[in-house]
Design a protein around this ligand. Structure first.
Ligand code: ME8
Length: 483
């Protein structure tokens, strides 16, 4: 059985999840459900990034211990993903013992490989991004990524010999043209690596909220080095060999590409592992023309939107709004429009109409599969296997529109006998196939269609039109319109 391992970034616990975080986790969920639909042995991991200066400061502001703070907040994140119908197989927290053990072992392997040495770091640090920033990259004296104030550091540290991996990495990129996806994202990284790599400061003497560095307990391990190892620690490594490694696809936002396509593969090679097969770089949602931020007050809360619309509506919107890798706008108006036009009208009405008509029909539902060729299953599969969920939804929607048009054109309400049976046969088989195809995106709507048809959930191989040996019930609305 083919294996499939998909991961999301693990989220910082300085605030509640917003719509951008929901986007990362939904894309991973859709891919995991797609691979289960194909019958693959699938593992889907998400979790929370709980150490570091940022979390330490946030807890101090709240006047509680860092542990109390991360316990509270990680529970909120878990709950938010449950509401969004996220089907992760594990949820890793970096404050768990299993993780700490894996990080220490990983660092030991890097050390045994001669890749860790003592030195001094003098330069800039952005606490918000937990990133060291070379002077040349500052933007007007601020963090080039998030625009926030940076701090000058001068501290003893241990370095990871990242510079040693320049050639390995360039070779890996060459041998694996699908490593950085979408491909247009690769050139920038390759150019930067070509320009040369600086060693990475990988311990912090001034941060207490972290995993102790075993070769000098006055230091803790830099939060990014700690966090990246989560993808292995959740596999039960080092107690056992990781069953799902290398990962098939690691989903990351555009702001953390360097960590996942340069630092992480170099760490892996140093410790004797293969890099992941692909890193999928997703774009960002912006809101009211600006980056979402709590201080601007333009963050949308996924749980509130799920309560008002539905998990399926929000999931659909997130997957439908941004072409793979691009940035785009979030606004509730856009969400409501898609909910009303594409879900309640295109899809919901199709299912309701077909089942209402068929419930009045008393003969045998049989005919010739005329509508089947309107669904390009090959193109759908190709898009999904390229992780292009946006394109895949477009292909499904072409089929939904074709099914609606088929009904408008054949006018079953004017037909009788075998002609009516044929029109109904095609319409019902179309919605059965649609339920299978939308199931990674909108699992609740798919379940509801199957229930109305009186069948169990299908697999991808069931997408061929076949004989109707089930008895559909009367239709029920799938989505509600929201004004
Ligand atoms: O970076 N739209 O965590 P994080 C889309 N802990 N995606 C967005 C977004 C937006 N508006 N805002 C943020 C971290 N994201 C680290 C990861 S992994 C070993 C450690 C995405 O909580 C962002 O790009 O700041 C990133 O991929 C993810 O949310 C987590 O961000």
């Amino acid at each position: 059985m083919p294996k499939f391992y998909v991961t999301t970034p693990i989220f910082y616990l300085n605030a509640k999840p917003h719509i951008g975080h929901a986007y990362s986790v939904t894309i991973a969920d859709v891919l995991a459900r797609w691979h289960r639909l194909k019958g693959d042995d699938t593992f889907f991991l998400t979790g929370t990034d709980e150490h570091g200066e940022k979390v330490e400061k946030k807890a101090a502001e709240l006047g509680i211990s860092p542990q109390e703070h991360v316990d509270r907040l990680s529970a909120e994140w878990k709950e938010a993903w449950k509401k969004l119908n996220i089907s992760n197989d594990d949820f890793i927290r970096t404050t768990e013992l299993r993780h700490e053990k894996a990080v220490k072992h990983f660092v030991k392997l890097m050390h045994d490989n001669g890749d860790i040495y003592e030195g001094v770091y003098e330069g800039w640090y952005c606490t918000s991004d937990e990133t060291f920033i070379p002077e040349s990259q500052l933007a007007d004296g601020k963090c080039p990524e998030c625009g926030k104030e940076v701090r000058k550091l001068k501290e003893e540290t241990y370095y990871f010999r990242l510079s040693r991996y320049q050639e390995h990495l360039l070779e890996y990129y060459k041998q694996n043209p699908n490593f950085i996806l979408p491909k247009k994202r690769a050139a920038e990284i390759i150019n930067r690596v070509n320009d040369g790599l600086k060693d990475l400061s990988m311990t912090r003497p001034s941060v207490r909220w972290g995993i102790p560095f075993q070769f000098n307990d006055k230091h803790t391990i830099y939060v990014w080095v700690d966090a990246l190892v989560n993808y292995l620690s959740a596999q039960g490594w080092p107690d056992k060999e990781p069953k799902y490694w290398p990962a098939d696809v690691q989903i990351v936002g555009k702001d953390i590409v360097w960590f996942h396509t340069v630092i992480w593969p170099a760490m892996l090679i140093s410790a004797g592992f293969k890099p992941p097969k692909s890193v999928l770089v997703t774009g960002h949602f912006i809101s009211e023309g600006k980056k979402m931020s709590k201080s601007i007050g333009n963050v949308a809360d996924p749980t509130e939107l799920v309560n008002k619309y539905s998990a399926d509506s929000l999931r659909y919107f997130l997957m439908r709004e941004l072409p793979l890798g691009d940035d785009g706008d979030f606004s509730e108006k856009l969400l409501a429009e898609r909910n009303n036009n594409e879900l309640a009208a295109d899809l919901g009405n199709l299912v309701f109409r077909v089942l209402t008509l068929s419930s009045k029909f008393e003969g045998k539902l049989e005919g010739k599969p005329a509508l089947e060729s309107s669904m390009d299953l090959k193109a759908f599969q190709e898009a999904m296997d390229r992780y292009d969920t946006y394109k895949a939804l477009e292909i499904i929607w072409r089929f939904i529109k074709a099914a609606n048009k088929y009904i408008n054109d054949t006018k079953p309400w004017e037909l009788q006998g075998s002609e009516l049976a044929n029109a109904l046969y095609n319409s019902i088989e179309a919605i059965r196939v649609i339920a299978i195809l939308i199931s990674p995106f909108m699992p609740a709507a798919a379940d509801s269609i199957n229930k109305q048809l009186g069948i169990p959930s299908g697999r991808f191989e069931d997408c061929k039109f076949s004989r109707i040996d089930y008895i559909p019930k009367k239709g029920a609305p799938l989505f509600k319109k929201i004004e």
